[in-house]
Design a protein around this ligand. Structure first.
Ligand SMILES: [Fe+2]
Length: 179
């Protein structure tokens, strides 16, 4: 194998691995966030949606972790493994995805808060849907491809549910809640 080809392989490998780490940490953040949101709202539909996202995001986090382990197991390049270990210990760019998130202050959520959260998630879940679909193109492993496409599908459902929640709130509270 030429050096250029080997370099390219390592580069591609890193890109995929970092994407998995990023999404694992992103899902971990969403688990905490939705758990807190579900507890802080009395709105039935919102409580149900956040509760379900909480459970599913935990599953997504675990799926990302399993893929990280699989990628690690199938790597024999020592240099790759050393770089990887360093990155596995650091938390980083996932914060970029949730940079604009509005996390209402402590206490129960007002309908305005709820609307802002739903609107945030409309964007976040859409971005996650797109990201997982892109990631399915980064690997030739059929099992991981399938897993990533199924994660993408779940995020599309979350995106649609965020839209449904916004619609309900708009119908119930009208212009009062638009932010
Ligand atoms: Fe989601």
């Amino acid at each position: 194998m030429s050096i250029a080809k080997a370099y390219e392989q390592v580069r591609e490998f890193h890109k995929f691995l970092f994407a998995l780490i990023e999404m694992r940490d992103f899902e971990e953040f969403i688990v905490k966030e939705t758990g807190s949101l579900a507890e802080r709202t009395e709105h039935g539909q919102a409580k149900e949606i956040f509760g379900r996202w909480n459970v599913q995001s935990e599953g997504h986090r675990n799926a990302c972790q399993r893929m990280i382990e699989k990628v690690k197991e199938h790597t024999s390049n020592e240099w790759c493994i050393t770089c990887m270990e360093d990155h596995l210990r650091s938390s980083y760019s996932w914060k970029r995805i949730v940079a604009d998130i509005v996390m209402p202050k402590e206490g129960s959520l007002s309908v305005t808060d709820l609307y802002a959260v739903a609107k945030n998630h409309l964007a976040i879940e859409g971005a996650a849907e797109q990201r997982y679909a892109e990631m399915s193109e980064m690997t030739d492993d059929e099992e991981m491809k399938k897993m990533l496409m199924s994660l993408s599908k779940d995020e599309k459902i979350h995106h649609d549910e965020a839209r449904m929640l916004m619609d309900t709130l708009e119908k119930t509270y009208g212009d009062k809640i638009r932010v």
